[in-house]
Write a protein that binds this ligand. Structure first.
Ligand code: DC
Length: 215
């Protein structure tokens, strides 16, 4: 059985940074499942597919020509690593995430990343839906203010403009949408270990996860 560590949590909880670091420490593969939703949203926006057209979105998802190349993400031959991090694309990803056929199309893709020697993945439903038999399940959270602060730093570093009050509002709306949808909502799996990272560094969280996994 190939081991899987799932790290679920709300947007900007630091799960991407932590999951990648845990994967590196263990020499495991890494899957950023949110990137898949963001890629479909980006493609839909570009080609003019409505963000509530479930069957058209599912088609886009199954035809998606995506390559994860270390920390860069390519759609066909284009490097879209920065483009998918824009807030508009994140909001689009959260919108399309309620579509059942789209989620089904992405399910198979996500499970295919379970390859030896192991996988660390992050998202919303990794522990509840995609890998219910995961070896270790983490639910990583942080206060909405702390998350807004972290996200604004990230955006500024990438050269995007930031308005903190609209960012806070975006995060709250996205939390409500991710947690409130009927299909694969954002919720901690019953057996998940809940970590509140509001007052922890990414390094502390990585240590806590690696020691749980090894112990
Ligand atoms: O983690 P993120 O902010 O990059 O994710 C973007 C959106 O994608 C998120 O608001 C909801 C959706 N998503 C999801 O529904 N299920 C996942 N496993 C990952 C992301």
């Amino acid at each position: 059985m190939i081991p899987v560590i799932t790290i679920d949590g709300p947007t900007a909880s630091g799960k991407g940074t932590v999951a990648l670091a845990v994967a590196r420490r263990l020499g495991f593969h890494y899957l950023d499942s949110g990137a898949l939703y963001r890629l479909v949203a980006l493609k839909a926006i570009r080609v003019g597919v409505a963000l509530d057209d479930d069957s058209a979105l599912a088609r886009l998802a199954s035809e998606l020509d995506v390559h994860f190349d270390d920390e860069r993400i390519h759609l066909g031959s284009e490097d879209v690593s920065e483009a998918i991090r824009q807030e508009a694309v994140g909001v689009g990803a959260s919108r399309i995430a309620v579509c059942p056929s789209l989620r089904m199309a992405l399910l198979k893709r996500q499970r295919a990343y379970r390859q030896p020697p192991g996988l660390v993945c992050d998202g919303r439903d990794m522990g509840t839906v995609v890998f219910p038999d995961a070896t270790l399940k983490i639910f990583l959270t942080a206060s909405v203010e702390k998350r807004a602060e972290r996200r604004s730093k990230q955006l500024i570093e990438k050269g995007f403009p930031v308005n903190i009050s609209s960012l806070l509002q975006d995060l709250r709306e996205r939390d409500a949408r991710d947690a409130g949808r009927s299909l694969a909502p954002l919720v901690a799996a019953g057996e998940a270990i809940v970590i509140d990272s509001s007052d922890l560094s990414a390094k502390d969280v990585v240590e806590a996860i690696v020691s749980r996994f090894s112990g």
